[in-house]
Design a binder for this molecule. Structure first.
Ligand SMILES: C[S@@+](CC[C@H](N)C(=O)[O-])C[C@H]1O[C@@H](n2cnc3c(N)ncnc32)[C@H](O)[C@@H]1O
Length: 245
């Protein structure tokens, strides 16, 4: 490509979403912020957590149910943990007016959405980077959510991309390259796979990619900021709330 054009594209492409950037003490602080994000949303009476079980056993959903006394708390996970079921049952005893919906299912599956009720808000915490059809997943989540979607996950840093809105499918990268991208992050060493596996990291999506995607489905950034120091220097951790336009 002609050098002048390349440089002009580089310069024009450097403009990205100007989000506030913060640093935290540790991942515990990130978890606290993930708890607070849905708690601060106005006028929500139902919440669905997509993939809220692994390690945290529904913490983010249950906290909102407990403190906001919402009418419906819905969990969808392909692997519902016994700890989640126990915690939801305990809360149900204390607050019988809350309806708990637990769906052991795969949210990549289009047919799941035909049976889902709408909720006021939804959580997509650390799940979108694992789905080969994440655009479809987001489209379906948008359709089934009335007001707010909270999205938080490691995103690959914008510096790797000349153009804004970048995303890279990294599941099949050479192990040596993946190891470099893992540096200082909590992306664990994983077995190499020959086919897509939602159990492992699949995508390096940029924050601007996710914001553009939501924009395409008619959702605007309601609030958002980026945490810089929780996942190594190749990743940033955006905390984003979108509202329906
Ligand atoms: C990385 S963990 C994130 C857990 C939690 N949301 C958090 O932020 O700590 C991913 C979770 O999503 C679930 N999951 C991933 N892909 C899924 C899919 N396609 N359908 C249903 N559950 C899925 C996993 O079982 C797991 O509980």
């Amino acid at each position: 490509m002609n050098k002048e054009l390349e440089n002009a594209i580089r310069d024009a492409g450097r403009i990205r979403e100007p989000l506030k950037r913060i640093r935290v003490k540790d991942y515990k602080e990130v978890m606290y912020k993930k708890e607070q994000m849905p708690l601060s949303l106005p006028d929500i009476d139902s919440l669905r957590d997509f993939g809220g079980c692994y390690l945290v056993h529904g913490l983010y959903l249950l906290q909102v149910a407990r403190l906001r006394m919402i009418a419906l708390a819905s969990m969808i996970d392909v692997s519902i943990t016994a700890e989640y079921t126990r915690a939801a049952d305990r809360l149900k005893k204390d607050a019988p007016e809350i309806e708990f919906e637990t769906i052991c299912g795969d949210f990549r599956d289009q047919s799941l959405y035909t049976i889902l009720r709408e909720t006021d808000a939804a959580l997509l915490y650390e799940v979108i980077l694992h789905q080969e059809n994440y655009v479809e997943v987001i489209r379906n989540v948008c359709k089934k959510t009335r007001k707010f979607i909270c999205l938080a996950q490691p995103c690959i840093i914008e510096d790797f991309f000349v153009l804004p809105g970048g995303a890279v499918m990294l599941q099949f990268f050479d192990e040596a390259l993946k190891d470099l991208l893992r540096t200082g992050s909590f992306w664990p060493k994983e077995p190499s796979v020959e086919r897509f596996s939602a159990a492992y990291w699949m995508w390096g999506q940029t924050t601007s990619h996710l914001i553009n995607l939501m924009r395409g489905f008619g959702w605007a950034l309601y609030e958002g900021y980026v945490i810089d120091n929780v996942c190594g220097s190749c990743w940033e951790y955006p905390m984003l709330v979108f509202s329906k336009k």
